[in-house]
Write a protein that binds this ligand. Structure first.
Ligand SMILES: [Fe+2]
Length: 252
């Protein structure tokens, strides 16, 4: 059995309490009595993508657990790569990342498009994913990225979802080892399907996006809910997802 925390949309440098909320989440994960097999971060780590925001994020996201992360539309590839990953060079190339655990591969694709809010997976990223998934066909794999490839019922974020999702579906269908697709971007714990697979959207650390039935606002962003995370449990080739709010001011 493998247990993975899924953290998304910390937006460091965005709302005033983005730092405090992210710190609370990471403190919670590091303080768990049992170890996690990994922490997966699906983008929008920083709000403006500045070096200073990533320096703060690097400290906040430091964990005793193996961590893998990809950019979102608020991130900037060069600063993300240099500050968070400690890698020089690469410039504006996609930041695709893989974490190979004993019994699971986590492949995170860079779905960001520099300067744009919507998502797209480049030919290079899809070829990279195809090659990673071809490596070890008998080991389960999770494929993650920032942008959900389908609508979720929140127009504000549906308008900036992943473009040309059929390009991703085509790759996923070639690899039966893929167990689920993980995304962020929507700031709402949502579960749906894509390409015949479970699609699990992480809640937002910095805020929660509401359905039209919950809020008439054009930008239905709620800061009243606590930061939330998902915890995925992989057992018998099946993923089960638990969602947890995290208290930002523990009593005492
Ligand atoms: Fe986003």
């Amino acid at each position: 059995m493998l247990t993975l925390a899924h953290v998304s949309d910390t937006h460091i440098g965005g709302s005033p309490d983005s730092v405090e909320r992210t710190r609370a989440v990471m403190r919670h994960l590091d303080g768990l009595p049992g170890p996690l097999d990994a922490v997966i971060v699906t983008g929008d780590v920083a709000d403006h993508g500045t070096v200073e925001e990533y320096e703060t994020a690097r400290e906040l996201l430091a964990s005793r657990h193996p961590t893998v992360m990809c950019p979102g539309n608020h991130d900037t590839r060069a600063a993300f790569r240099k500050v968070l990953l400690g890698q020089d060079g690469g410039g504006d190339d996609p930041v695709d990342q893989v974490l190979r655990l004993d019994g699971l591969t986590v492949a995170l694709c860079d779905s960001s498009v520099p300067g744009r809010p919507e998502g797209f997976l480049s030919d290079g990223t899809l070829a990279w994913l195809d090659a990673v998934l071809a490596e070890d066909p008998d080991t389960p794999a999770l494929v993650g990225m920032h942008h959900p490839p389908v609508s979720l019922g929140i127009p504000y974020v549906d308008e900036i979802r992943l473009r040309a999702p059929e390009r991703l579906a085509e790759v996923l269908r070639r690899h039966p080892r893929v167990t689920a697709v993980l995304t962020g971007h929507a700031h709402t714990a949502a579960s749906t399907t894509f390409a015949g697979l479970p699609l699990l959207v992480a809640p937002g650390v910095v805020s929660t996006l509401l359905l039209p039935q919950e809020s008439p606002a054009a930008e239905p962003v709620d800061y009243g809910f606590p930061p939330q995370i998902s915890i995925h449990v992989l057992a018998d080739g099946r993923l089960t997802t638990h969602t947890r709010p995290v208290v930002t001011h523990p009593a005492g």
